[in-house]
Design a protein around this ligand. Structure first.
Ligand SMILES: *[C@@H]1O[C@H](CO)[C@@H](O)[C@H](O)[C@H]1NC(C)=O
Ligand SMILES: *[C@@H]1O[C@H](CO)[C@@H](O)[C@H](O)[C@H]1NC(C)=O
Ligand SMILES: *[C@@H]1O[C@H](CO)[C@@H](O)[C@H](O)[C@H]1NC(C)=O
Length: 289
């Protein structure tokens, strides 16, 4: 009886293995690279949730290297941030559908199902997120913009690298600013994370947004995400309060007021003098009659 049970159990197992090995539905599908600040993950979909996958990576389409953290895993997502080095290479991933067959201890993978991804170059394609920064007015005409380089998803010597560590001299910052009450904006490109925006008007409030800018990249990925604006007021007094518009606005009413006063005074005086003259004038004017 026990022998029969074992026999049936083995038979079912072998049958299931043959099924899973031959099941085209168990193949990884819709492979997608997602990458933000060099934290790069591979996602895929699967019709068989109990399937194990192993990931191999290649710079190109040969020389496949196993990824130790994504070996015979049941997830359909794998973080490959620390494997895509050097950064400026085009990597391809091969997602292998395992069927746990002990007869293949050498893992030649030849008879497993493979799904090969599109190529991905983290240096050129990783999205760069919003940068943290602060602004501070230095004097009448200059605001200092202090940008913090974002940490990436890549570890080296027990620390996370910053985007500056990876891009080095290819990394610039684009600073976009405008006067608080106006829409006309200007761009300032800085090599350094501590940037000075000069030639501003005194006593004015300016608002600044920043982004990482990598001119060596293809046009579509040169800019990172733009930050929300931060504002700062330059030192000194706003000369705008005494500008031509403001001057006219203050002086015209004063001139008009003075004018009105002069006319009123003149009219009142004239009437008074006419009234005062009348008794004298009346006999004069009636004299010829
Ligand atoms: C980068 O961001 C864009 C817009 O959100 C997105 O469509 C794209 O898939 C992202 N690229 C990567 C590699 O994550
Ligand atoms: C304002 O500060 C900047 C940087 O410190 C300096 O280059 C500039 O000459 C200063 N301008 C004035 C008007 O003091
Ligand atoms: C710039 O910001 C960093 C991080 O917030 C800070 O440590 C540093 O002192 C700032 N530099 C200046 C010149 O304000």
């Amino acid at each position: 009886m026990e022998n029969l049970k074992t026999f049936i159990y083995l038979g079912v197992c072998v049958y299931a293995r043959i099924l899973s090995a031959a099941d085209p539905n168990s193949k990884a599908e819709n492979i997608l690279w997602t990458s933000r600040d060099f934290k790069t993950t591979l996602h895929w979909t699967t019709k068989n949730p109990n399937q194990a996958y192993t990931i191999r990576l290649s710079e190109g389409e040969n020389d496949w290297v196993n990824h130790p953290e994504c070996f015979e895993m049941l997830d359909s997502v794998c973080d490959v941030s620390n494997e895509l080095i050097p950064f400026d290479r085009s990597f391809t991933a091969d997602i292998i559908t395992e069927h746990g067959d002990q007869e293949h201890p050498d893992y030649s993978y030849d008879e497993f199902q493979h799904t090969v991804s599109t190529p991905f170059n983290p240096y050129k394609q990783s999205n760069i997120s919003v940068l943290k920064f602060s602004v501070k007015a230095v004097n009448d005409s200059t605001v200092m913009v202090n940008i913090t380089d974002t940490l990436t998803g890549v570890h080296r010597d027990g620390k996370l690298l910053t985007i500056r560590d990876i891009f080095k001299h290819d990394l610039r910052y684009k600073i976009r600013y405008h006067k608080a009450e106006s829409t006309g904006q200007r761009d300032h490109i800085s090599d350094r994370s501590l940037a000075e925006v000069t030639h501003l008007d005194p006593g004015q409030s300016y608002c600044f947004s920043v982004t990482a800018y990598i001119p060596s990249r293809p046009k579509s990925s040169q800019e990172g995400a733009w930050s929300d604006p931060l504002c700062a007021q330059t030192h000194g007094n706003s000369s705008n309060k005494l500008g031509p518009g403001a001057l006219l606005g203050v002086i015209l009413p004063i001139i008009a007021l003075i004018f009105i006063i002069i006319i009123t005074v003149a009219v009142v005086c004239c009437k008074k003098s006419q009234k005062g003259n009348r008794p004298v004038q009346t006999p004069q004017s009636s004299a010829p009659v």
